[in-house]
Write a protein that binds this ligand. Structure first.
Ligand SMILES: [Zn+2]
Ligand SMILES: [Zn+2]
Length: 506
C-alpha cells in the first residue's frame, strides 16, 4: 500500500530513527528482539514474533490513535482473530505502556514497509509523589466512539481523562455484563467485551461520577492504593496507575474522602490493624501511615481536617467514646519503627505501657505487643510547648544524654520529673520535645546511679564537664579515649575524688 503524501503528518515518528535498519537481516532482527525481550512467556508467542515479516494490509495509524489500538486494528485487518497472533504478550505489555523497543520499531517498519513513528499523549510526570506516569494499563474507552470508528485514542488511557470530548459520556474500563476489567483485543474496538466468556456489547453504566479536579483524582488514587495494597508497598513510586476499575475507584474513594466515618472505618482502621504491620517503616505503624496520608492528600477534603486533628492529638478530642486506637506490633518491628532498644521495650512492657495478649512474663522478638498505652500516656500528660524545647532526636545529637536509655527518659517524663511536650511526628523520638539542659542533667544523674552502660572517656568527660585536672587519672587508666569503657570503671576512677564537684537538682 503506497504512502500518501496527505498522510505524512499523521504518520508516527520512530523512537529510534534508524532508517537503514529496514534492511536489517532477519537473523539479526530476531536476535535483537530476543535480547530486548528476555522473558517471553510462551514459545507460541515467541514464534509469532518471527512469523510476520510483511503484512498484506498496511493500515495508516489514525490521529491520536493509541499504539496498542493500532496493533489490534492491524491484526484484525490482516485476518488474524486476535492481536496475540500478531504480537507477543511481552510486546503487548510494552505497547500498552506506549513503548516501542528498538526491535519492535524495526519489525514494525519491516511489516509495514515504511518508517512509522509514534508519540505518546501521556507524558511522564516529574513531580508526582506516587506515579511516574498517569497512564492506565487496562483499556479505558468511549463506547460510542468505538462504535462509530473503532479507533482507540491514546489520551483515554490518562487517569485524569474521564469523559469523551465528543460524546461527553463517561469513559469505561470494565464490562457492565461480566464486571471484569476490559481486555485488549479485537472485540474491544468493536465496542464489545473482549473477555471470551462474555463477548457482550459494552454498555454505559449509570454511574454519576462527581466532577473531580486532577488533584482530587490523584487523592482518590492514593486512597485506592492504600486500601487495595494495604499500605504495604507505598515506599516506592508506581510506574503506572494500575487501577482495576478507575470509575469505581474514584467514586468509592471520593465518598471515603468526604465522610469521616467511612474514612476511619475503611481507610484508617485497616491501616492500623496489626495484620498490616510490616517493617516497611514509616508506612507500617499507626501514627506514621496517617502522616503519610496527610502528606499526600492535597485537597481540602472534609476528612482532611479531621485527619490532622486525629494525628496530632489522638482520638481523644474526636468524641467522648473514642479512645486511642489499638496498635499491635511485633517486638522487632516496634524496635525498628519506634527506635527503641530491646531493653527499652522490655522495661515499657514491665511497666504495662506495652501490653501482650498472653500477658507473658518474658517477651522475645516475635512477641506481639500493643502500643496504645504508651501513646495515650505520653499524649495525655504533656506540659505546655515551650520555645526552648527541642525534639529529643535533635537533643541527643548535641548533648550527652544518649547513654541514658529511652525508657528511663520516658519514665521521667510520665512521672513529671522531666518537662516535655508531645507533638506527633514521624517517629516517637521526633515527637517528644524536651529541654536540653534538663535532660542533660537528668542523664548525668541517671548514669551516676547505674553502672551497666559503657561509654568512652571522651563522652564521660564531656557529660560531666570534667576539667584537665580531673581527668589525668582517667588518661592513665586507659590509653584510648574513644574506646567504650564500663561506666562503673570510669566512676570508680573519677568519682571518689570529684563527686563533690557535681551538683544536681532534685
Ligand atoms: Zn466518544
Ligand atoms: Zn464482559
Amino acid at each position: 500500500m503506497p504512502l500518501h503524501n496527505s498522510m505524512k503528518h499523521q504518520t508516527y515518528k520512530l523512537l529510534s530513527t534508524t532508517r537503514m535498519n529496514l534492511l536489517i537481516p532477519r537473523e539479526k532482527q530476531t536476535h535483537l528482539i530476543n535480547r530486548t525481550t528476555p522473558t517471553l512467556p510462551s514459545l507460541k508467542r515467541q514464534k509469532t514474533l518471527k512469523e510476520f515479516t510483511s503484512l498484506t494490509i498496511r493500515l495508516i495509524p489514525q490521529k491520536r490513535e493509541s499504539l496498542i489500538g493500532y496493533f489490534i486494528r492491524l491484526a484484525h485487518a490482516n485476518g488474524l482473530s486476535t492481536v496475540y497472533d500478531l504480537i507477543s504478550t511481552v510486546q503487548l505489555s510494552r505497547l500498552v505502556q506506549a513503548k516501542l523497543s528498538i526491535s519492535d520499531s524495526l519489525w514494525l517498519n519491516q511489516i509495514l514497509g515504511r518508517e512509522t513513528t509514534f508519540e505518546s499523549e501521556i507524558p511522564p510526570l516529574k513531580s508526582n509523589q506516587l506515579y511516574v506516569s498517569h497512564r492506565l494499563l487496562k483499556p479505558k474507552v468511549c463506547i460510542f466512539c468505538l462504535k462509530e470508528n473503532g479507533i482507540h485514542k491514546d489520551n483515554w488511557q490518562h487517569a485524569h481523562h474521564l469523559v469523551c470530548e465528543i460524546h461527553e459520556t463517561l469513559l469505561i474500563s470494565t464490562c457492565h455484563t461480566c464486571k471484569a476489567p476490559l481486555e485488549w483485543d479485537t472485540a474491544l474496538l468493536g465496542g464489545r467485551c473482549a473477555n471470551k466468556a462474555c463477548n457482550e456489547h459494552l454498555i454505559l453504566e449509570d454511574t454519576a461520577l462527581p466532577s473531580l479536579s486532577a488533584k482530587q483524582i490523584d487523592d482518590c488514587l492514593l486512597v485506592d492504593l492504600i486500601t487495595t495494597t494495604q499500605a504495604k508497598c507505598l515506599t516506592q513510586k508506581r510506574v503506572y496507575c494500575d487501577v482495576k476499575d478507575i470509575n469505581k475507584a474514584l467514586y468509592q474513594n471520593c465518598q471515603r474522602l468526604n465522610d469521616k466515618d467511612l474514612f476511619y472505618n475503611q481507610v484508617i482502621k485497616p491501616v492500623l490493624s496489626s495484620d498490616l504491620c510490616t517493617s516497611a517503616y514509616p508506612i507500617s505503624i499507626k501514627v506514621l501511615p496517617l502522616s503519610f496520608i496527610i502528606k499526600h492528600l492535597k485537597e481540602d477534603w472534609s476528612v482532611l481536617l479531621w485527619l490532622k486533628a486525629y494525628i496530632q492529638t489522638g482520638t481523644r478530642n474526636l468524641g467522648n467514646n473514642e479512645t486511642f486506637p489499638d496498635v499491635w506490633m511485633k517486638v522487632q518491628d516496634i524496635s525498628e519503627v519506634l527506635e527503641l532498644s530491646r531493653e527499652d521495650i522490655k522495661h515499657l512492657y514491665k511497666t504495662k505501657h506495652f501490653k501482650s495478649k498472653t500477658g507473658a512474663h518474658f517477651i522475645n522478638n516475635s512477641s506481639i505487643l500493643e502500643l496504645s498505652g504508651l501513646f495515650s500516656a505520653l499524649q495525655s500528660t504533656p506540659t505546655e510547648m515551650q520555645k526552648r524545647f527541642l525534639s529529643y532526636s535533635e537533643v541527643i545529637i548535641n548533648t550527652k544524654a544518649y547513654h541514658t536509655p529511652i525508657f528511663a527518659i520516658i519514665y521521667a517524663m510520665l512521672s513529671g520529673r522531666l518537662s516535655y511536650h508531645y507533638y506527633t511526628n514521624r517517629t516517637l523520638l521526633c515527637s517528644l520535645f524536651v529541654d536540653e539542659g534538663e535532660i542533660t542533667e537528668f542523664a548525668r544523674e541517671w548514669l551516676l546511679a547505674h553502672k551497666e552502660t559503657c561509654m568512652t572517656i571522651r563522652e564521660f568527660i564531656s557529660l560531666f564537664e570534667l576539667n584537665s585536672n580531673d581527668i589525668s587519672e582517667l588518661f592513665n587508666a586507659t590509653a584510648d579515649i574513644n574506646k567504650p569503657v564500663k561506666l562503673s570503671k570510669l566512676k570508680a576512677i573519677v568519682l571518689p575524688n570529684y563527686l563533690h564537684k557535681l551538683t544536681f537538682k532534685n
